[in-house]
Design a protein around this ligand. Sequence first.
Ligand SMILES: [Fe+2]
Length: 271
Amino acid sequence: MTTQIINLAFFTLSCLSLDIFWITIVTESLKIRINPDAVTEQVPINDKFFAIIVDDFLLNPDELLEYAKTHRSEFEISQRSYPGEVLDLEPGSVEQISRFWRSRLSRVFSFARIGIKDSCQISLTTLQPKDFSWIQRLPHTDSRRDPGKENIALLVYLFDNPDLGGTGFYRYRDIKFWESMKPKQVDDPDGGFSIVETRYPMFGDPPKYPSESNQAVELITMVPAKFNRMLCYSGDILHSAYIPDASLLSEDCSRGRLTLNGFASVWPKQN
Ligand SMILES: [Fe+2]
């Protein structure tokens, strides 16, 4: 009889543990879902590049925002030059984004459906311009991960305040000069600053995020931010977050410039 009571108690406890375990899994898991009815708009940037914009891109953007808030303490300073903190997402959370690269974006951007290397993260722009390396004062292209492959970038704005800034696309006024500067930053993000500073007096001004045209670059177009808007473009075009007022940035996911960012390294299609 005593053994039966103990067994019953153990069985009840096991079920309870299983319930707690299951509830934990369900609460913790994140599955990003894409809106199948969202409309894609193609926007030309220059004679070579274009971007695509999809409004109402996700079915569950609020869930993603909640996930970011719950996991805020796990964000880390980005290893790339991104001016803020990032949280990597597990492939299982972003299966639909991986499928989207293959099924839709491969057709739009003409890349192969095989050999796509993709990743996703949530990013919060937090860095104030006073803490920039000089290269962060300029727009950039995304460095290629694999020889022969191309980079495509995808981002979804997860904030409601458009004043926090959209994305700007630019051209260099003197591309040869900037290409000659690239090798100087391989080991040191501040490498070559004395040359740049001499050539461009604007580097004597207080640092700020790239926004309008300046001595070094010309703004081609700016895509305004909008909650749940997706923007996708080639990493080879000069681009940057367009942030006219960095004082609006916040460390708080509910008020800050929070984005979902996807990156894909892809094989261009052979014609
Ligand atoms: Fe970038």
